[in-house]
Design a protein around this ligand. Structure first.
Ligand code: NDP
Length: 271
């Protein structure tokens, strides 16, 4: 009986590794020195991928790298600092990394920012910063990495959008515009690049407790509203985004293209 159990476990483990395993794959996650990006990097590393951490602040990225390496000692972890809004820096960093270290098989376009203000007072420079950080970066980093992926005839791109891709909330109209654009850019990437063997999909998170949401987390009225409004009646935990990311990074999603996968406790489908 024990032998039989062991055999079943081995079969199950083999199935999971074959279907969702990322051994031998390398993933670049933009904006992964904290928050959602860091959690996704840990999850991808646990699924067997080598990970490339990114952010603008070298010390923060180095700290994240040390922490991730301690959590997953068997994982290969790289640091690649660049500002996703600096198009030349993006192109140079990706080119140098691909040529010196090796292929980026999975790209997670996660770096993003938020700014809250009534729309009639919204500063023009914050609007421009949101466009550059949340949307133009997906195009520039996506294009820089996709050129290599296309050459290899395979690759996975996962763009992080938001429930705000489909729904508006007061005070963040420009953010809503950027996240809607990321969802549609994902569909365009999928449409253009499927013929080259790439899959491009998006994850739309609901509300998660990260530094980006510090002001909301500190506001008990917001949490009360969120707990009432979300069918799951709670904030999301960043680890709860990992399953979607591993699925979209793995062979399990080989025929999924241009999809926006909501991970939001049901908030986007309920009134
Ligand atoms: P955080 O603010 O906690 O983290 C953002 C990360 O991106 C940091 O590592 C930051 O590092 C990096 N970053 C910011 N700007 C740049 C840049 N120009 N170039 C390179 N790196 C940059 O955000 P979250 O983890 O909460 O959010 C991650 C993504 O998820 C964003 O796209 C956000 O819009 C999206 N999202 C988040 C939700 C949430 O509930 N938290 C909900 C829905 C979507 P540094 O500043 O040092 O460069």
């Amino acid at each position: 009986v024990d032998n039989q159990k062991e055999e079943t476990m081995t079969t199950q483990n083999d199935f999971l590794k074959d279907t969702f395993g990322l051994a031998g794959k390398r993933a670049l996650i933009t904006g992964s020195s904290q928050g959602i990006g860091y959690a996704l990097a840990v999850g991808l590393a646990r699924a067997g991928a080598s990970v490339v951490l990114n952010g603008r602040d070298e010390a923060k990225v180095a700290k994240a790298k040390a922490e991730l390496s301690a959590l997953c000692p068997e994982a290969e972890v790289h640091a690649l600092c660049f500002d996703v809004t600096d198009h030349e820096a993006v192109r140079t960093a990706v080119d140098d990394f691909e040529l010196s270290t090796g292929a980026i098989d999975i790209l997670v376009n996660n770096a993003g920012m938020q700014h809250r203000s009534p729309l009639e007072e919204f500063p023009a420079d914050r609007f421009e910063a949101l466009l550059q950080t949340n949307v133009a970066s997906v195009f520039h980093v996506g294009q820089a990495v996709a050129r290599f992926m296309i050459g290899r005839g395979r690759g996975k791109i996962i763009n992080i959008c938001s429930v705000q891709s489909a729904l508006a909330r007061p005070g963040i109209a420009p953010y809503t515009a950027t996240k809607g654009a990321v969802a549609n850019l994902t569909k365009g990437m999928a449409t253009d690049w499927a013929q080259h063997g790439l899959q491009c999909n998006a994850i739309a998170p609901g509300y998660f407790d990260t530094p980006l949401n510090a002001a909301l987390v500190a506001d008990p009225d917001f949490t009360a509203w969120l707990e009432k409004r979300t069918p799951a009646h709670r904030w999301g935990k960043v680890e709860e985004l990992v399953g979607a990311c591993v699925f979209l990074s793995s062979g399990a999603s080989s025929f999924v293209n241009g999809h926006v996968l909501y991970v939001d406790g049901g908030i986007s489908v309920s009134l």
